[in-house]
Design a protein around this ligand. Structure first.
Ligand code: NAI
Ligand code: BGC
Length: 257
């Protein structure tokens, strides 16, 4: 097992890539704090924690919280620390997107995307990072996106948040290396999850997306979780301040002639 004895928080850990990651970390021997956003998700998140425990993880808990709220993040990190017996792995996975043309984008929408995708990651890095620093080290994996470097019309807020996470990660990797904290981004391409329901529901859009992927298909959440588990493990002990792209070749610009 790659992560025996580790103590992890996965934000937005109850659906899609986050759910696959929570399951994978547990299967690799980590204790897991599954963060979920809305009270409506409580019973699903509790059931996921139960499943992860029965699959062999030492501990698994579900904790509601908005990553964009400083109070919620402090409460969540404290609970994870108290109930798991520490925190030495953080997966900043929570994220939102909603298409909007730039010239008509409401400030509220811009702010919501930045608050969740970027400020949320900062708050979690700061709070979990303090615990890691005091305990002698840890690993932080941010779920960025190929849109940390590929511009995407209609998603300026989202691309701004993911591009910013790249330099946040790189700067934090330099600043926190002396405290033995590693930071890595995982950048998925198009993955079959609820965030892409608008594409999955439309055969034409799905075909258009697949035609942008040299491997010819969208990815599965567990293919991203596998990269997270490796990046967080001791096998990656010499890896920090970089992005692992898991995108079926999407970033090779397959339509460029
Ligand atoms: P998803 O919609 O299933 O997951 C997002 C999760 O974040 C949900 O569980 C949601 O409840 C949670 N969340 C939203 N706002 C939150 C908040 N304020 N506080 C706490 N949790 C909150 O979709 P998916 O695809 O699993 O997304 C996970 C991450 O992967 C996101 O950061 C997304 O940007 C990123 N990503 C997804 C790709 C894809 O093709 N599915 C590709 C590249 C990146
Ligand atoms: C977005 C997905 C999109 C993928 C590739 C991700 O960051 O969340 O909606 O399919 O990038 O464009």
């Amino acid at each position: 097992m790659l992560l025996e004895g580790r103590k992890a928080i996965v934000t937005g850990g109850n659906t899609g890539i986050g759910k696959a990651t929570s399951e994978r970390l547990g299967a690799e021997g980590a204790s897991v704090c599954i963060n979920y956003y809305s009270a409506k998700e409580a019973s699903d998140a509790e059931a996921l924690a139960e499943q992860i425990r029965s699959d062999g993880a030492p501990r698994a808990i579900a904790v509601q919280g908005d990553v964009g709220s400083e109070d919620d993040v402090k409460r969540m990190v404290t609970r994870a620390h108290d109930q798991l017996g520490g925190v030495d792995l953080l997966v900043n996975n929570a994220g939102i997107e909603k298409q909007a043309p730039l010239l008509e984008m409401e400030l509220d929408l811009w702010s919501a995307v930045i608050q969740t995708n970027l400020t949320g990651a900062f708050l979690c890095i700061r709070e979990a990072g303090k615990i890691m620093a005091a305990a002698g080290g840890g690993t932080i994996v941010n779920m960025s996106s190929v849109h940390e470097f590929i511009p995407w019309p209609g998603f300026a807020h989202y691309c701004a948040s993911k591009g910013a996470i790249k330099l946040l990660m790189e700067t934090a990797a330099r600043e926190l290396a002396p405290k033995r904290i590693r930071l890595v981004n995982v950048a998925p391409g198009a993955i079959v999850t609820p965030i892409n329901q608008f594409v999955l529901d439309d055969p034409e859009q799905k075909h258009a997306v697949e035609s942008e992927i040299p491997l010819g298909r969208m990815g599965q959440p567990d293919e991203i979780a596998a990269a997270v588990a490796w990046a967080a493990s001791a096998q990656a002990d010499y890896v920090t301040g970089t992005t692992i792209v898991v995108d079926g070749g999407m970033s090779l610009y397959p339509k460029f002639v």
